[in-house]
Structures are given as structure tokens and as C-alpha cells.
Design a protein. Structure first.
Length: 146
């Protein structure tokens, strides 16, 4: 494993140190996250992570911090603006979407939206769940805190 730092300067002259690490994939497809990174972001044994890829063949890793994340699954009417109403409730409650997926179950009738969300900035997660469940397009909601 290689460790090295790059010092970046912005226009105001503020210095930021970015640590880069080169790690190897083992024969079982595992990587070891260096201790200083685990310590810095509070990763402990058993912490669940989301790994997301993009079109550039890059990976981003998001930790699911216990108590601050939730899995949300919504069955809703498949009408114009349904998802927009949910996004408005998310924005009003300061909830951050880490990953989401939506699909039509029956065109013009039923759709599904599921997500993993970060509740760190949400003042009242119960109110967030209630706000979504009260929307006129919602048929069913499942809300599971991690």
C-alpha cells in the first residue's frame, strides 16, 4: 500500500491536504481501508457501505452510519409529479439521498421508489416519514432506520 499527500491551494490561499492511498485487491475481491481513513470517518467493524460506480469506471464509497441512515420504499400512483412531491418532502426535511431507484410497476397506475437516505441533517425523522405518508400519491410506505 502506498500513502502520500497532495497539498491543494484554492484562490483564497486556504490549504487543504488530500490523502491518497493505493491499495491492492486480494484474491477474494476485498480491499483494506487504511486505519487513518477508517478512524477519520468513523468506520468500525461491521459498518455497512454503499459502493457506487459511474461511467468513468470509478467507485465511490459511502458509509451507512448507524442511526443516521434509513431505507425507504414507497408504492405510489404512477402520475405526473408523484416523484416530485416526494423530492419536495425530502428537501423540506433536509434529507440527503445516498442512492435511489424508481420504476413503473403498471404504467399509469402504480410505481415504486426506493432509496437509502442520510438523516444526519434531518431534525425530526418521524416528521419526515409522516410528511411522505400524508402525500396524496402514496399508497404504501416502508421506512427502516439503520
Amino acid at each position: 500500500m502506498w500513502d502520500f499527500s497532495v497539498i491543494l491551494w484554492d484562490i483564497s490561499g486556504v490549504k487543504a491536504v488530500k490523502n491518497f492511498n493505493v491499495v491492492k485487491l486480494d484474491s477474494k475481491g476485498r480491499i483494506i481501508v487504511p486505519f487513518h481513513i477508517r478512524d477519520y470517518i468513523g468506520l468500525k467493524e461491521g459498518t455497512e457501505l454503499i459502493i457506487v460506480n459511474n461511467e468513468k469506471r470509478e467507485l465511490r464509497i459511502f458509509p451507512l452510519i448507524n442511526g443516521n441512515t434509513a431505507q425507504v420504499r414507497v408504492i405510489m400512483s404512477d402520475v405526473h409529479g408523484s416523484l416530485s412531491k416526494i423530492m419536495t418532502a425530502i428537501a423540506r426535511n433536509n434529507v440527503d439521498i445516498l442512492m435511489s431507484m424508481s420504476r413503473t410497476i403498471e404504467r399509469g397506475k402504480t410505481a415504486e421508489w426506493s432509496a437509502i437516505v442520510d438523516l444526519s441533517d434531518c431534525k425530526n425523522p418521524k416528521k419526515f416519514e409522516s410528511d411522505i405518508s400524508k402525500l396524496d400519491v402514496i399508497r404504501k410506505i416502508e421506512f427502516e432506520r439503520k
